[in-house]
Ligand binder design. Sequence first.
Ligand SMILES: [Zn+2]
Length: 234
Amino acid sequence: MQAGRNQNTNAIIAVLPGQEGRRFISLCDSAELSRGDVLCESNHPLRTAYFPTSGVISLAMALGALPPLQLGLIGRDGMLGATLPLDTLAAPLRAVVQIAGTAMAMPVAQLQQELRASPRLLEAVNHYQFRLMMQTLQTAACMHFHEIEPRLARWLLMIQDLSFTDKVQFTHELLSHALGVRRSGITLAAGSLQRQGLIRYSRGEIHILDHPGLEAAACECHEVLNDKYRAVFG
Ligand SMILES: [Zn+2]
């Protein structure tokens, strides 16, 4: 990760008006997010908060020796460190970069000062914390009730929404962990979406060809979650 300045858009920082926003950005460093970077282990203190401006961070739960299970995705809509207003001592989930990109980064101690000083920032972080909770709850229900293929379609839509990219670098292992299923299930689901002309995948890259078609193939969770956000936050 490299230091520097970055003024791209992040939804939480975008809430801060004029001078307050510029001041906050001036306090941030720019971070390059490389796929596979571990930003925080679960049950360890979070040292740095990240506000992605591109790219996607995955939140995962590990149980013993089992592979980590992905429960949430963070993109330009939010931040890593949204539980800080709760005075938490440790991060609840493992945070790993899923899609490479950039973020604005701020040491946690400094962000805690900013949260105490800015009711507007605190409100934006609290709202996002609630959104992230809704996303993880929806993901838990989705994993239990829905089939692999519509879940893969939903996951690709989420990645596209969060990162504004229609190309996703992937391995079968990555998708297996993302969806909590065996690699053979990923192969079947991706093959089916490709035969329908919705995606094309080769050499470790999925290219999303048909967004509306993917929405039709996805489970209801994608739309349900957007409806819930609108109902709660307008
Ligand atoms: Zn679902």
